[in-house]
Write a protein that binds this ligand. Sequence first.
Ligand SMILES: *[C@@H]1O[C@H](CO)[C@@H](O)[C@H](O)[C@H]1NC(C)=O
Ligand SMILES: *[C@@H]1O[C@H](CO)[C@@H](O)[C@H](O)[C@H]1NC(C)=O
Ligand SMILES: *[C@@H]1O[C@H](CO)[C@@H](O)[C@H](O)[C@H]1NC(C)=O
Ligand SMILES: *[C@@H]1O[C@H](CO)[C@@H](O)[C@H](O)[C@H]1NC(C)=O
Length: 397
Amino acid sequence: MAAAKPGRTFFTRCAFCSLLVLALWVLTNNTDWRKEIAASTEVVSQYGERGRTLFQTALTNNGFPVGQPVRAFVFAKTHKTGSTTIREVLATFIRRNNITNFAQRAPFPFIAGYPGRFKCEFLFPRGQVVDVIHGHSRLDIKEMQRCISPKAKYFSVIREPWTQFQSTLQFYGRHFKIGKAPSCFGMPVSRVLQGRILSVTNFMMESHRILNKSVPWYFRFKNFQAHDLGFDPMLQDEFKIKLKLLELDNKMDLVMINEYMDESFVLLKELLNLDWDDFVVVDKHKRSYEKVKLESPEHIRAFNNLSNIDIALYQHFNSTFWKKVNQYGRERMAKDLELLRNSRRKAKAKKVAKREASFHGFKQRQFVIEENEKMPLEISHRLADYMAQNSGSCFLK
Ligand SMILES: *[C@@H]1O[C@H](CO)[C@@H](O)[C@H](O)[C@H]1NC(C)=O
Ligand SMILES: *[C@@H]1O[C@H](CO)[C@@H](O)[C@H](O)[C@H]1NC(C)=O
Ligand SMILES: *[C@@H]1O[C@H](CO)[C@@H](O)[C@H](O)[C@H]1NC(C)=O
Ligand SMILES: *[C@@H]1O[C@H](CO)[C@@H](O)[C@H](O)[C@H]1NC(C)=O
């Protein structure tokens, strides 16, 4: 299971990564990202090695005094859904309330085995019950309950699937260009493109045709949101999907909706007893790019098939979301939206919102499990194997 020469393997790998990063950077600077990905397919394929690389506001407050900040929670941070802005809000809340017992991201930016389902054995800090998760982990509430405070509230955010799909393609394309990460970031985009340049719609059609579990990170374009919430992205059976949805709904205290972010924030404030001041964060990660509509019946059919669970997920939780808003009270919601927007306006005027967001991807090398004191070597090998078994390898087979 573990490599024979672990120490050297890691250093060699790091050296490879640096070379790869440099090569990609030189190769890809200053051109259209799709061309870059096309060009880089070759570079990636040289590495044949296996990779190591209902109501949201519960009636009882889980034992926290009513009206007091909730100091234990799991934010199931989905990808390309606005979740980083929410993380910023939570980070402010965490700092303000001196919460220190939160899970660390290892390898950055992942928690406890991602893209494998959450496993306590890969949680850092090790060997203790953690109060807060607010990074990318793959939801498994049953397992989480073994090593996360029993008082924790569970919540997440989802986004209209076709918009999220486009955002995902734009993001991984862009990061591949920036080239600060090893080849994982280009997966499975480079695999789908195979040297071609495709429109987003044709990219989707190709994804539909070729993506499967043996392609590393295939799930980024196959029910990505459902994947992060613990589903098997390949699940087809509608009845099983419905059951899993109901089970999830039953366990989650809140599922926020990207398209209704302000209303979602008001419900989140209610759930955790946030302060209006916690919302004073910059929406740093919003990028604008041209969005395409799916029009032809052929494209719509393919996307409905490709993203079958994400679509069911969105329909379900968008509908329960509005029930929750009604329960919260429409008038009360309208008032709170005004308060939320007011506190943002005030912050803007005072320029309080200038705090540097620590955005993953630009400053740190990603997906590289490094030797360090936090993670014993034996565990990091097991972790790398676990990630690879769950389509989280960095390399083509
Ligand atoms: C957090 O710590 C600071 C400094 O130790 C203290 O002034 C503040 O009252 C604490 N806040 C909370 C909510 O415990
Ligand atoms: C999975 O996808 C790869 C790449 O597209 C392909 O080579 C392989 O045959 C596929 N496997 C299955 C089981 O469909
Ligand atoms: C999607 O397509 C596959 C293969 O063509 C088919 O077996 C499956 O039933 C379709 N799934 C849905 C949800 O339509
Ligand atoms: C979400 O649900 C609401 C209420 O049913 C509906 O009006 C709206 O169109 C839905 N939003 C999206 C993006 O589908």
